[in-house]
Ligand binder design. Structure first.
Ligand code: SPD
Length: 358
């Protein structure tokens, strides 16, 4: 009897060890299989009709979750509570995720539609060779404004125009530490990747001086507020400007003359993935030119898919505010991964700015 109990205990221990080992392997290498796919994307960043279409065509069920900042996305992926199969970080976060060994290497034999992407958006410094990421949308940070709600004769060409006392309570700011600290730094002539603490403190002081003009610090609600003429100006992402313009014809968008940010959002497969095959299938589906065109028309951001441009309305593709010439993009800066310590400092200063407003 004793031997029987010993054998039972031994089998149970071995089984438990095997289960734990398989789970670990799945989590670190990306298990391929199953019929669901968990996608983690920015809010308002896909035509949901395409999710239905992918499900119908493949029989794979998508669990779709959204985030509103790179930092929030990173925290959830790191926690590992939800096993995301596809996520959409911006460039500096791709670099950080790579550094922390959180990403699965992409299998290009499963991504034939990559050929439709413009080479201009491939092989960028944050992921040489695109081993871990493929571009989804790109854009700039700029000033979305409604000339009809500005004081008579007021022109908006750069960040420094926003400190005008006549703009009291008229400005919305996007809720992003890099974006807003970047605006403070650019307005002072510094780089938006500056890590000099004196420069960053100077930027914070300058941002505090903007406080009387700031109506709110917002996420995707900026669109509704600008559409309804509830604010005159919003510092935000280019695609939001395009989206607001569909609803409010008075809206204009300018890339600040002092310089600003050029950004890229990208598909990646986190190591938490449970369905690496389906993740590739989904990414490849989204890169199909007709799918990308439909998605771009819906989302309003700028697509890196060269072939998709052929399926889109000409006025959209030829609008230089959203598809600027390389001469403009070349003078903009891409966020660099500044490292844990500096990123934490940016977040801390942004929090101080938000608290100062209260
Ligand atoms: N509503 C979705 C907006 C996504 C924009 N991503 C911009 C990231 C810039 N770092």
């Amino acid at each position: 009897m004793k031997n029987l109990i010993r054998a039972f205990v031994a089998i149970s221990v071995v089984s438990l060890i095997l289960i734990i080992a398989i789970n670990r392997l799945n989590a670190s290498e990306g298990f391929s299989g199953g019929n669901t796919l968990t996608v983690y994307n920015w809010g308002d960043y896909i035509d949901e009709e395409l999710i239905d279409r992918f499900e119908e065509e493949t029989g794979i069920t998508i669990i779709y979750e959204t985030f509103d900042s790179n930092e929030a996305m990173m925290t959830k992926v790191q926690q590992g509570g939800t096993t995301y199969d596809v996520a959409v970080p911006s460039e500096y976060m791709v670099e950080k995720m790579k550094e922390e060994d959180l990403l699965v290497e992409l299998d290009y034999s499963k991504l034939p539609n990559v050929k439709y992407l413009d080479e201009r958006f491939m092989d960028l410094a944050f992921d040489p060779g695109n081993n871990y990421s493929v571009p989804y949308f790109w854009g700039t940070v700029g000033i979305i404004y409604n000339p009809t709600l500005l004081p008579e004769g007021k022109e908006i060409t750069g960040f420094n125009d926003l400190w005008d006392p006549e703009l009291e309570n008229k400005i919305l700011l996007i809720d992003g530490a890099r974006e807003i600290l970047g605006m403070g730094l650019n307005s002072l002539g510094y780089s938006l990747n500056d890590t000099d603490e004196d420069h960053l403190q100077e930027a914070l002081t300058k941002l505090k001086e903007l406080t009387p003009n700031v109506k709110a610090i917002v996420g995707d609600e900026n669109k509704m507020l600008m559409e309804n003429n509830e604010a005159a100006i919003a510092v935000g992402w280019s695609g939001d400007a395009r989206d607001i313009m569909w609803e409010n014809e008075n809206i204009d968008y300018v890339v600040p003359e002092e310089g600003s940010n050029l950004w890229f959002d990208n598909f990646v497969i986190p190591k938490t993935a449970q369905n690496v095959d389906a993740a590739h299938q989904f990414i490849n589906f989204m890169l199909d030119p007709e799918v990308a065109a439909q998605n771009t028309e819906y989302v309003s951001y700028s697509t890196p898919n060269k072939e998709a441009l052929k399926y889109m309305p000409e006025d959209m593709v030829n609008d230089e505010r959203f598809y600027p010439e390389p001469e403009l993009t070349e003078r903009l800066e891409v966020y660099e991964n500044l490292g844990k310590q500096h990123l934490a400092y940016y977040n801390e200063l942004f929090l101080q700015f938000k608290m100062y407003r209260k």
